[in-house]
Design a protein around this ligand. Structure first.
Ligand SMILES: [Zn+2]
Ligand SMILES: [Zn+2]
Length: 256
């Protein structure tokens, strides 16, 4: 499978990097988007028909999902390429109401019904979901809202990857990334200790430790805010991990 970084900026988009969004592609199957933060829908158009993709959300913070209402506009109203069938939507349980409010013309209390264009399934902790040619398993994380790390396994090749979403360091993250070929892991606190705001994010060293304990083969650092030094964050992760690690620059394609 191929994993394309649409955007990997943390907490908000940077001038040269959209906020969180990742495109997963497997031959002979629709694309799958992991999060769709601000700016990522524009990048997505360079790679694939946006009306064709399934969408999986790690959690519903703005920096991970705010391009979704615009994707619904594309799916319903693009004059040449509207969606021809419902796509799959996996997310925490509040998603239909959360996005329904953002899409409704009856502001502020209306809730647009998105079931015409997406078939929604809420994540259930540790319950695998089959999304065409991959199986995705959500692991509950430590964050101020319901949040999951997503472990992805390709059926044909057995290739695996894990995406941390946003989380403080925890043992479930290590389980989600156990022996994966590619581990996309957030390091929002950069080289800070990060303990002044508990229960929210990790620093580079914690990302490296999670990758080492999981036995991940390759670590890609993501979710670094514009004001944090990316290379220093990668260096902190590398010191703990001991394996190959780099920052997930936008546009990079990883073959797993
Ligand atoms: Zn975030
Ligand atoms: Zn978050």
């Amino acid at each position: 499978m191929r994993l394309t970084i649409l955007g990997s900026s943390g907490s908000l988009a940077a001038p040269d990097n959209p906020a969180s969004g990742y495109l997963l592609e497997v031959d002979n199957a629709p694309g799958v988007v992991l999060d769709l933060g601000p700016g990522t829908l524009a990048r997505l158009q360079s790679f694939i028909d946006p009306a064709s993709v399934h969408v999986l959300f790690s959690h519903l913070h703005a920096d991970h999902c705010l391009d979704f209402p615009s994707l619904m506009v594309w799916r319903r109203f693009h004059p040449d390429a509207p969606a021809v069938a419902r796509s799959l939507l996996y997310a925490p349980k509040p998603a239909p109401v959360f996005f329904g409010r953002l899409s409704s013309d009856d502001q502020p209390d209306g809730v647009d019904d998105l079931s015409d264009t997406f078939a929604f399934t809420p994540w259930r902790a540790h319950e695998p979901e089959i999304v065409d040619r991959v199986t995705v398993t959500p692991y509950p994380m430590v964050h101020p809202v319901e949040a999951y790390a997503l472990r992805v396994e390709e059926h044909t090749t057995g290739a695996t990857l894990a995406y941390s979403g946003d989380t403080a360091y925890n043992d479930q993250l290590v389980e989600a990334a156990r022996d994966v070929d590619l581990f996309l892991c957030e390091a929002n606190w950069g080289t800070d200790a990060g303990d002044d705001v508990p229960g929210m994010h990790m620093n580079g060293a914690e990302a490296g430790r999670a990758a080492r304990l999981a036995g991940a083969k390759r670590l890609v650092i993501i979710h670094v805010p514009p004001w944090v030094d990316k290379q220093a964050t990668v260096a902190a992760a590398a010191e703990e991990f001991g394996g190959p690690v780099e920052f997930g620059e936008p546009g990079t394609v990883y073959t797993v």
